[in-house]
Design a protein around this ligand. Structure first.
Ligand SMILES: Cc1cc2nc3c(=O)[nH]c(=O)nc-3n(C[C@H](O)[C@H](O)[C@H](O)COP(=O)(O)OP(=O)(O)OC[C@H]3O[C@@H](n4cnc5c(N)ncnc54)[C@H](O)[C@@H]3O)c2cc1C
Length: 337
């Protein structure tokens, strides 16, 4: 483990924000965890655990230590006739893990194709797309307690998964580093095609009996069409969570705005944040170096050399206008560091 000083974070965040970390270290072997924790650095300095940087907005200077998790390895741990346990190290690229499952005909991860980021962030964020969330396939999470260096295993229910959230973002925020995640996948064919445009796109492509690879490819294509490709355009994906509102508030809004886009969610309603933002007139607008993505108002993107401060200012204006217009508070999904 080496400790570097004054490291540029630009290559380490998909928004492409220019920022500097006072200290930076890369964890690429399990022994590095022990060295890091015994060093006392995490008690002496503010720290941030970094995966692929695909959901973060950095300020110009992080006066502390950024710990980049780069542990690699994907292994099949156990197999029965029906299911298989696959363990992936935290630094594995999430889409490489999904591709591994698709290539081996393991069902369950395919709808999560092409989500940027690492395996280690998947239980923290409970990533989700096309009707599936990481919680649906996570068996357990191996993590190190930062204070003691103790290794712990969290079962699926220990993780207290919720919409884009888990115990690692709430009660245990900044208390654990995820080292690996074990997923339970199906060996028997089981596809989830009912969400969004999957079926329509399958029909258009003339696919009647889709394979895992077909599903993964179609979802990649739909995503490519709607979302900025992080290799080409800087963003953090959906910038805000879809707000969940009580039934009475939903009914009142629906009466006033019949086109309101919302779905039932655990006895309440989840409203499409992108729709709210678009109705407030933000879509395809540009402010300095930050813009609201023309194809999806939920995405803020980098027009050049944007700073975290610019992103934060635009996000605040959007929040205020949605609040004024609809009485709904938007919560950022992206994390300000
Ligand atoms: C174009 C685009 C599309 C996206 N689409 C989706 C989508 O469809 N669905 C979705 O859910 N998200 C989506 N996202 C958001 C993002 O991909 C996810 O939040 C992803 O899980 C972040 O992973 P990461 O490794 O980049 O984490 P980072 O951004 O580096 O970190 C995110 C959080 O996880 C913590 N963390 C990371 N690794 C660890 C670890 N090993 N141990 C402990 N804590 C850790 C960090 O401290 C931070 O709090 C999208 C982002 C982009 C840019």
């Amino acid at each position: 483990m080496t400790l570097q000083e004054n490291v540029s974070l630009k290559p380490y965040n998909t928004f492409g924000i220019a920022a500097t970390s006072q200290y930076f270290t890369d964890i690429s072997a399990p022994i590095d965890f022990q060295i890091l924790m015994q060093s006392g650095l995490l008690n002496a300095f503010p720290f941030f655990i970094l995966g692929g940087g695909s959901n973060v907005v950095f300020n110009k200077l992080f006066a502390g230590i950024v710990v980049k998790i780069s542990l690699k390895g994907i292994t099949v741990e156990e197999e029965t006739a029906d299911t298989v346990l696959v363990k992936a190290a935290a630094g594995e690229v999430w889409s490489d893990f999904v591709d591994f499952c698709v290539d081996h005909n393991f069902y369950g991860a395919e709808n999560l194709t092409a989500i940027p980021g690492t395996v280690g962030a998947s239980p923290v964020q409970n990533v989700g797309a096309y009707g599936v969330e990481a919680k649906d396939i996570i068996e357990s999470v191996e993590a190190y307690e930062i204070l003691t260096g103790k290794q712990c295993i969290f079962s699926n229910s220990d993780c207290q998964f919720d919409y884009r959230s888990s115990i690692f973002k709430t009660e245990l925020k900044s208390k654990y580093i995820v080292a690996s995640v074990t997923f339970r996948l199906n060996k028997l064919p089981k596809l989830n095609l009912e969400y969004g445009a999957i079926r329509t796109e399958m029909e258009k492509a003339g696919i009647t009996d889709p394979t895992l690879a077909d599903v993964s490819r179609i979802i990649s294509e739909i995503r490519e069409e709607k979302l900025p490709n992080p290799d080409k355009i800087g963003s953090a994906g959906s910038f805000f969570k879809n707000p969940v509102i009580p039934v009475a508030q939903y009914e009142a809004l629906k009466e006033k705005y019949p086109a309101l886009v919302a779905y039932p969610h655990k006895g309440e309603y989840k409203v499409a944040a992108g729709w709210l933002i678009e109705q407030c007139g933000w879509k395809d607008r540009q402010f300095g170096n930050v813009g609201v993505y023309p194809k999806q108002a939920l995405v803020l993107y980098n027009l050049g050399d944007c700073t975290g401060e610019e992103v934060k200012a635009l996000a605040k204006e959007i929040q205020q206008s949605v609040e004024t217009h609809f009485g709904i508070t938007l919560e950022p999904e992206a994390i300000f560091v």
